[in-house]
Design a protein around this ligand. Structure first.
Ligand code: NAG
Ligand code: NAG
Ligand code: NAG
Ligand code: NAG
Ligand code: NAG
Ligand code: NAG
Length: 550
């Protein structure tokens, strides 16, 4: 059974195989990937054989895109059905009634907009331009006017056209277009964020000042920008003159770069890229990471305690765990879109912070004190650390759940003070309390001093526990009326930890009720006081003296 169906498949392919068309195809043409398997899926060749139109497999070799490719390099310069590949039994139709369409599973998924005009021939020109011709040989539609992510030498890129990258990490795309007399590259966030423009690029040469760009094309080794009268305004050299005769493509990649590739040398090792600094793209690192140097990525300290540098906020204005709060990401950070978008408002730092806090779509904000410019963003890529500093302060919104540190009220010195206070106060109060009770009981009983007697009866402690008796002895030392007998805090800690023995405390001196006041006095003088042992003749005690400074 298996061998019979295999034979049938081979026979049917042989029967259906057609000769490859050169230059043009005419109505009645029906192309499917299966028919053209012996032509690498390509059914129309340009006269010079440099370019071909047909089916090209994707990474999944059972799925195909309808493309124009450069034959020598197999670089795809145009795609009909991006994001919607077809199977190997799907068909491309050029019907007798002059319509052109690509079918997937029986229904049309792509067709050129011919404004109802009948197409009488499809031609692949030597330039790589796919042209649909009317019966008077007029151009009804051409691929050069509907670019995907690639611009090729001599293709005119006009205002209104867009190059859109394939989606990259986080489904982010990058978009190149002519807008407001400039060539602009933006990240396709919810609200698009421009991050490069030719007007701001210092590597261009200016031919004529003050014009309005409406057209651009790759000619020889430069990208040229023209006004509506085709007067040359700017040029951007992407290769030296040796490569001027080659065919070039400019590709907007899903890495956020525009890369210039030479189709005649099979792609040079290090193509010219725009922008030239890898950190000048919107997402060279993950969102919220800081990009510095040659693409080094680091999570800012405000988010370093949360896993993967996440803010815990999934979508702006959406539900998120915990309430959002604004935390400082410090000063000195830059963001690539800042040079291209207008400020949301002019205000003070506090005004800027509250406008972000009160606006659920604001996820990050930048404030420039010198100008009062306040920038709010509803999505954010990577921050940029140029190493030259920045005039902006940066705040980001985090879910209070996900953030364990770096909140607004936290300053650098604060944790140390807090730790010392939190750790010391209970120790001091505890020691005072124990000492006071002991004394009272003692008196009573892009002198043999049974521990049980002096402890609170409700405390469930083992009177033979060494730690209990140690604590009491230390407490008694701390409560000595003669402040020179009292140990330093470092020695108290050592005695409590069992690092040095605790001598029998002197109980001869009566504990005064000035206990607390003199105690605090002694702790404040602790730095100059030399501790319990110095004036004490007890040999045990002098042996616990610290060797170093306290
Ligand atoms: C291809 O060559 C044929 C025959 O030389 C010519 O008639 C036709 O115009 C050429 N087509 C293109 C697109 O150059
Ligand atoms: C060419 O097409 C137009 C409509 O697209 C039609 O009116 C005209 O008759 C056609 N001419 C010829 C010679 O077929
Ligand atoms: C990716 O973005 C496109 C539009 O830009 C959207 O239609 C699509 O659903 C997104 N895919 C995912 C997986 O988010
Ligand atoms: C480019 O082509 C022209 C004309 O074909 C030729 O004269 C010139 O030498 C070529 N330049 C280079 C660098 O190959
Ligand atoms: C809210 O924030 C978004 C950006 O996150 C901004 O575009 C919009 O203008 C802000 N709305 C107000 C009223 O400030
Ligand atoms: C911020 O700007 C205000 C007003 O322009 C100025 O008074 C203040 O000194 C500035 N603060 C800093 C830290 O530069």
């Amino acid at each position: 059974m298996a061998s019979i169906s295999l034979v049938f498949l081979i026979l049917s392919e042989a029967c259906m195989a057609s000769t490859q068309s050169i230059g043009k195809i005419y109505p009645g043409f029906q192309g499917s990937q299966m028919n053209w398997i012996d032509r690498n899926g390509m059914f129309l060749l340009s006269n010079n054989s440099n370019f071909a139109f047909g089916f090209s497999p994707t990474q999944d070799v059972t799925l195909y895109l309808l493309v124009i490719i450069h034959m020598a390099t197999l670089d795809v310069i145009w795609t009909a059905n991006r994001g919607s590949p077809v199977a190997n039994s799907d068909k491309f139709f050029f019907d007798e009634d002059g319509t052109v369409s690509l079918h997937k599973g029986g229904s049309s998924i792509w067709g050129p907009d011919t404004s109802g005009k009948r197409v009488s021939a499809i031609e692949l020109q030597d330039s790589g331009n796919l042209v649909l011709l009317g019966n008077d040989s007029s151009v009804i539609w051409q691929s050069f006017s509907h670019p995907t992510n690639t611009l090729i030498s001599n293709q005119e890129f006009q205002e209104g056209m867009k190059l859109v990258s394939d989606p990259g990490a986080n489904n982010l795309t990058y978009v190149l277009e002519i807008k407001s007399g400039d060539m602009i590259l933006s990240a396709g966030f919810r609200t698009p964020q421009p991050y490069w423009s030719m007007k701001n690029d210092i590597d261009k040469t200016i031919n004529k000042d003050g014009g309005v760009v409406t057209l651009a094309s790759l000619n020889a080794n430069s990208w040229r920008f023209y006004d509506s009268n085709e007067v040359l305004l700017w040029q951007f050299l992407f290769a030296d003159a040796n490569d001027a005769n080659a065919t070039w493509i400019a590709v907007v990649g899903n890495d956020g770069f525009i890369s210039f590739l030479n189709l005649d040398d099979g792609g040079s090792a290090s193509p010219t890229k725009i922008p030239s600094d890898p950190c000048s793209r919107p997402e060279p690192c993950g969102a919220y990471y800081v990009c510095s140097g040659n693409n080094v990525c680091q999570c800012p300290s405000a988010l370093s305690s949360s896993p993967n540098c996440k803010t815990g906020i999934v979508s702006s204005c959406g539900s998120s765990k915990g309430s959002p709060e604004l935390v400082s990401a410090g000063s000195g950070l830059n963001y690539v879109a800042l040079g291209f978008v207008p400020p949301s408002s002019k205000t003070s730092l506090e005004g800027c912070k509250s406008s972000c806090r009160d606006n659920c779509s604001c996820l990050a904000m930048f404030f420039q004190n010198s100008t009062g410019n306040c920038f709010l963003f509803d999505q954010i890529g990577s921050f940029q650390d140029t190493g030259k500093g920045s005039s902006f302060v940066t705040y980001i919104k985090v879910s209070s759940d996900s953030n364990n540190g770096g909140t607004e009220s936290t300053t650098k010195g604060f944790p140390f003070v807090a730790v010392i206070v939190v750790a010391t106060v209970p120790v001091i109060l505890g020691l005072l309390f124990v000492a006071f009770r002991y004394y009272r009981n003692k008196k009573r009983m892009m002198e043999e001093g049974k521990v049980r007697e002096i402890l609170d009866a409700e405390l469930n402690l083992d009177e033979n526990d060494k730690m209990v008796s140690t604590a009491i002895k230390v407490a008694l030392w701390c409560a000595q009326e003669d402040m020179y007998l009292r140990p330093s805090m470092s020695k108290v800690v050592q005695m409590l930890e069992g690092l040095c023995p605790v001598p029998q405390p002197s109980i001869s001196s009566p504990l005064s009720f000035r206990l607390s006041s003199s105690f605090f006095k002694s702790t404040s003088e602790e730095g100059t006081s030399s501790g319990p042992s110095d004036s004490n003749s007890n040999a045990n005690l002098s042996s616990v003296q610290l060797s170093g400074p306290r």
